[in-house]
Write a protein that binds this ligand. Structure first.
Ligand code: C2E
Ligand code: MG
Ligand code: MG
Length: 761
């Protein structure tokens, strides 16, 4: 416009220069000038017309420019308002230009253009962005869409969601430019991430998470809830939370929990719940009220863990702490508690309390020989009997292996406790059934202690009852004794004996005596039995019948037994070296040695260390030890037999006496107990004589040798000889004697008249 505007007068001036001075006559109407006038008028009109057109065009152009500016302003506004960034990407130069609208000077919006050749896109996201871009350039996607991180002014990363499409192509139709908008979505991304994490956490929680609405209807549950309750999310959503209520609580319990939740927004406690299949579980629940984001509605979030098992274990532990799991009777702890309570009551009522301490006679033998399973069965039956006999309201407790107590309350006189003890003893006369084939009688020994007569506190009550029980044992078992102070001396002696026995081995107080055995067939001495003697420095001579059981009870027998084996083998080797042959050495073995130790190993070592021959050694084991733990006994005996050692069953006839059973064991000899021999050859010996003859006959039929123990008289000897007993041992022949004396005896025997008599047919 400018040049055109400016050139028009210049051109006019050039063309009309000669007539400039004559413009006035023309204007004022001279006829010669009329033609000029018309010409000029026409020209003027044309110029005016041109000017008018030009002006219109100018106006239109101005309007267009204004529109454009307005449109740009609107676009700027839109971009600014939408918080989006406009970007364009030049494919050829790989240049990215972004335009952001920012408030400028005077409240105006200004465009801030940024050309960044470094593409501030996060390196991790860039490959994906380029891939999306390529796909769009190739026409594979109608739009380029991408979400990626872009570096921000602070140097951190913002998430952007960009959308765009191709906007320019070259002559070959290849895209040269892509343009679009991008939007910072960091906030949304963060929210999304938080949401995703929250959902994942809830899904993976071991605790059940339940969201209930204000009316306590299920809104959401997690997988743990389904695992715990058996209900799927679909099955519970929209349902009332009461769906899981258990009848273990009354309705008021759940109502109260809801009331507290509604009022304080919190509830915490243990709650029984019921599964879909009707089974129940105990939960530890913690609930909190929250407002639903957005709606502001109240929600309750309950986090629950299944503590059924934990509670069971706690209860079991509590039970174990107070009860004996084998018999279900109270244990020592609970007994102590009950005694204390009973004493408090008795003091108030001016009455008496009695504690009966019951120990089963020879239970250890049964346990060792029949095995622990049988022992346990017996203990359970004993517990049952004690409970029945003591009656309801009395505390029967088991305080140790075969030790039981009965606590009697509200007594007026100590004699009432005696009556109860008598009743208990009588009740045990009836055999216990072991199984379908076996019955056995087990007897109790009972000690009684009475509050306030003998003791004031529970510990003394128990201690003195124990002391009294030992007196009952010492008095021959299967009886009871009431405590009195003089008993203390006895039980102290017992404790002192155990202590002394412990030192006996090292002090050299133990000694073996040997009692010869003679063959009734040829009158030769065929063996000796090694019998233990203890000469205590403090207590003098103690018979084995007294200290062997003590050694067994106090766990000393394995060590003592080992010593006996070694000493007996040494004597045997000495004698063999001294030219004594054909005399075997019998050694007594305790149950603990056979069942709990490596007896075969000990025997081998004892023989090897002194050079004695195994075939001259015989081990004596009692019938009760061998009888029921047959498998183990058979195994151990077999190992001993393989060493070449003979096995004798001692005290035969006093226990279960099942020959059929013994047949299964690799034994070589039966020793008939002295009790059957005592009356032989006397008037009225009927039963013993019959038993002895039968045993001899049966033993022979099984290929076993028979030894009669405790033979004292000629009459006994005559009977045994007549009934073809193989060997006899007893005072008739010789008393047990020290090794030297025994060796002399063996040497002198050939000249003994009794030998000649026996050798005669
Ligand atoms: P046992 O094995 O039955 O021993 C036989 C017992 O009868 C011995 O008693 C013996 O002295 C005694 N005796 C032998 N002949 C006669 C007789 O004619 N009349 C009388 N009245 N008694 C006779 P002792 O030595 O007092 O031993 C008693 C029990 O002690 C033994 O009975 C045995 O069971 C046990 N014992 C002895 N020494 C040992 C040992 O070294 N280890 C083990 N575990 N127990 C032993
Ligand atoms: Mg013996
Ligand atoms: Mg015997």
């Amino acid at each position: 416009m400018q040049p055109a505007h400016g050139s028009l007068p210049h051109r006019m001036a050039g063309r009309d220069r000669p007539a400039t001075g004559a413009l006035a006559p023309l204007l004022f109407g001279a006829p010669a000038d009329a033609a000029w006038f018309a010409l000029l008028t026409g020209l003027a009109a044309t110029i005016v017309g041109l000017l008018l057109v030009l002006r219109r065009r100018m106006r239109a152009l101005q309007r267009q420019q204004q529109d454009l500016a307005e449109q740009q302003e609107r676009l700027r506004l839109a971009l600014w308002a939408s918080d989006e960034v406009f970007w364009q990407y030049d494919v050829a130069t790989d240049a990215l230009e972004s335009t952001r609208i920012v408030p400028g000077r005077g409240g105006m919006l200004a465009a801030q253009v940024q050309r960044d050749p470094a593409h501030p896109i996060h390196p991790d996201d860039l490959p994906q962005v380029r891939a999306d871009l390529r796909a769009h350039l190739r026409g594979q996607t109608p739009m380029f869409v991408s979400e990626h991180r872009v570096r921000n002014a602070a140097g951190g990363w913002d998430w952007y969601r960009a959308r765009g499409r191709a906007v320019a192509r070259d002559a070959q139709g290849r895209v040269t430019r892509i343009a679009g908008t991008a939007r910072n979505v960091s906030h949304e991304q963060r929210q999304l991430r938080e949401h995703r994490i929250a959902a994942e956490v809830m899904r993976n929680m071991a605790e059940a998470v339940v969201v209930l609405d204000a009316q306590f209807r299920f809104v959401a549950v997690n997988d743990a809830f389904t695992r715990m309750s058996g209900y799927s999310a679909e099955a519970v959503l929209g349902q009332d939370g009461a769906l899981l209520n258990s009848p273990r609580h009354d309705a008021g319990f759940y109502q109260e929990a809801r009331r507290q939740m509604a009022e304080s927004g919190r509830w915490q406690g243990e709650m029984w719940q019921r599964r879909g299949d009707g089974s129940e579980f105990l939960c530890a629940v913690q609930s909190t009220a929250i407002s639903e984001p957005g709606s502001g509605q109240r929600l309750y979030v309950l986090v629950a863990s299944d503590i059924t098992e934990r509670r069971q274990i706690e209860q079991e532990l509590r039970y174990l702490a107070n009860f004996d799991p084998l018999t279900d009777l109270p244990n020592r702890t609970l007994l102590a508690e009950r005694m204390a309570q009973a004493i408090v009551r008795a003091r108030r009522r001016q009455s008496k309390v009695a504690l009966l301490f019951i120990d089963l006679d020879r239970f250890k033998d049964i346990n060792d020989s029949l095995g622990h399973a049988a022992g346990d069965r017996i203990l359970r039956q004993v517990a049952q009997r004690l409970r029945e006999t003591a009656g309801p309201g009395q505390t029967v407790a088991r305080i140790g292996g075969d030790e039981f107590t009965v606590l009697l309350e509200d007594l007026e006189a100590p004699e009432q406790a005696d009556t109860c003890a008598q009743r208990l003893i009588a009740r045990f006369d009836e055999p216990l059934r072991l199984d379908d084939h076996q019955e056995m009688v087990i007897t109790p020994s009972i000690g009684i202690c009475v509050y306030p007569d003998h003791a004031q506190v529970p510990t003394d009550l128990l201690k003195h009852a124990d002391t009294a029980m030992y007196q009952a044992k010492a008095a021959g078992r299967r009886t009871f004794r009431r405590y009195d102070a003089s008993m203390e001396g006895h039980s102290r002696r017992r404790a002192n004996l155990v202590a002394a026995l412990r030192r006996a081995c090292e002090r050299g107080e133990l000694e073996l005596h040997y009692q010869p055995q003679v063959s009734l067939r040829n009158g030769r001495i065929v063996g000796v039995e090694a019998l233990l003697r203890w000469h205590s420095a403090e207590f003098g001579e103690i018979p084995p019948a007294q200290f062997v059981p003590l050694a067994e009870e106090s766990g000393l027998i394995p060590a003592i037994g080992e010593w006996v084996l070694a000493a007996a083998c040494r004597t045997l080797a000495d004698w063999q070296r001294a030219g004594v042959h054909g005399v075997s050495m019998a050694v007594n073995i305790s149950a603990a040695q056979l069942l709990h130790g490596d007896l075969a190993g000990s025997v081998r070592q004892a023989l090897e260390s002194c050079g004695a021959s195994a075939d001259a050694l015989e081990l004596e084991l009692t019938e009760s030890m061998l009888m029921a733990n047959a498998d183990l006994a058979a195994q151990r005996l077999q190992a001993l037999r393989e060493l070449g050692v003979a096995i004798a069953v001692d005290d035969f006839g006093t226990g279960y006496s099942s020959l059929a059973y013994l047949r299964r064991l690799p034994i070589t000899t039966l020793k008939i107990d002295k009790a059957f021999i005592d009356d032989l050859g006397q008037p009225g010996d009927g039963e013993d004589a019959a038993i002895t003859t039968t045993v001899i006959a049966m033993a022979h039929s099984l290929g076993l040798g028979v030894v009669a123990e405790g033979v004292e008289t000629d009459a006994q000897l005559g009977f045994l000889r007549q009934h073809r007993c193989d060997v006899v041992q007893g005072f008739w022949l010789a008393r047990p004697m020290p090794a030297d004396a025994c060796l002399q005896f063996l040497r002198a025997w050939d000249g003994d008249a009794r030998r000649q008599a026996l050798a005669a047919p």
